[in-house]
Design a protein around this ligand. Sequence first.
Ligand code: ARG
Length: 472
Amino acid sequence: MSSSNQLDKKSQAWSALFSEPMSELVQRYTASVGFDRRLWKADIAGSLAHAEMLAAQGVIGAGDLADIRRGMAQITAEIESGRFEWKLALEDVHLNIEARLTQLVGDAGKRLHTGRSRNDQVATDVRLWLRDEIDGLSTLLIELQRALVGLADANAEVILPGFTHLQVAQPVSFGHHLLAYVEMFARDAERFADVRRRTNRLPLGSAALAGTSYPLDRERVARTLGMVDDAGRPSVCQNSLDAVSDRDFAIEFSAAASLTMIHVSRFSEELVLWMSQNFGFIDLADRFCTGSSIMPQKKNPDVPELARGKTGRVVGHLMGLLTLMKGQPLAYNKDNQEDKEPLFDTADTLRDTLRIFCELVGGITVKPEAMERAARRGYATATDLADYLVKKGLPFRDAHEAVAHAVKVAITQGVDLAELPLATLQGFHPAIAEDVFEVLTLRGSLDARQALGGTAPAQVRAQVARHRARLG
Ligand code: ARG
């Protein structure tokens, strides 16, 4: 039997120890090649770095290395062109590639696995793959922040009713409101940068669990794979048992992704509310909406609704990964094969969501009159009237009480505070004078909030400038 056929027959892949083949069902149950094949690039990169190091250390010959490089180049071409034949019987991406390599280059292929196990191999592959995903997501987060900053800049002066408990609270700049999301996405980006540092460490060289007796140069492999710390020093997992078993980096990524999705979901919820007829604050470009098959008047905000829904899926994956890890004794257990599908789906879902939202922000039409009307309707300047009385010498609690009476009267008469005659207002407190009307305007309320982090348009513009400098 040829060497490649040996690996083809799963029951004989391990050793002569196995005396019966796997059933179809067990084969399907244990195989991961259906989904882990997307790790192929990382798998080949890891193998090449390992082979180069083995040759440099004299563990394999220069001829072996040349053969392995040649074989991997061909495998790369085969996979890229869709000609590579993935075999379920070969269980996973690692065995599929190794078997093909041996088929192509013979003994050199069989030497590649010296000082290595699939346990440190898969841990390395997932980390390399995830590092690239994090880089892509980080770029998208910058793009999304830029889009939001642009919209905030254009709407620094637009007045929106700010809500607490979804009741009109105080007027805010719409730009200020949008910049709140920029802060959230900026923190998300920080989290991903932090996760990247711990993800970008090399397990390879830990072998199955105990390390290896071959004179491996792990730091060299780390450098080849770009697994270096902020100072450019090679980043190598320092305990072989830990290196092959823990997936905390994947869990951290999943947590960071969940938080990002939750931020997108909160924004989505607002878009849905704002677009409803009851608010009418914005319109979304048609390309992000769908109609109804029965109600001809409908235009539904499907994209934000789906993003809100997909958040549940990403948070679910986080729970899945946490639970996957919790009962595992050291070191590697096959449970860990189950980390991939949630991880892949998390990255895919988040990437698509962020890409769509980068565009969607540009498709928001703002309706400033509707926003302002809603702010006026909700007595949003009541706090300003209280503050006005405090400046006239009243203790805040008394001012609060006086204004509550004023709001009650205004509600009864169906008018805004600013529409009450001066004489009526003075009935609530004699300190109220003609200058009160300036305070009761929405714009006056906004302009008063000049403290750092406040909603005054001048502050919003300063924040826009800060973000632009930060985002480049
Ligand atoms: N496909 C496996 C995984 O994803 C690779 C490692 C398997 N190692 C083993 N000894 N069975 O975790």
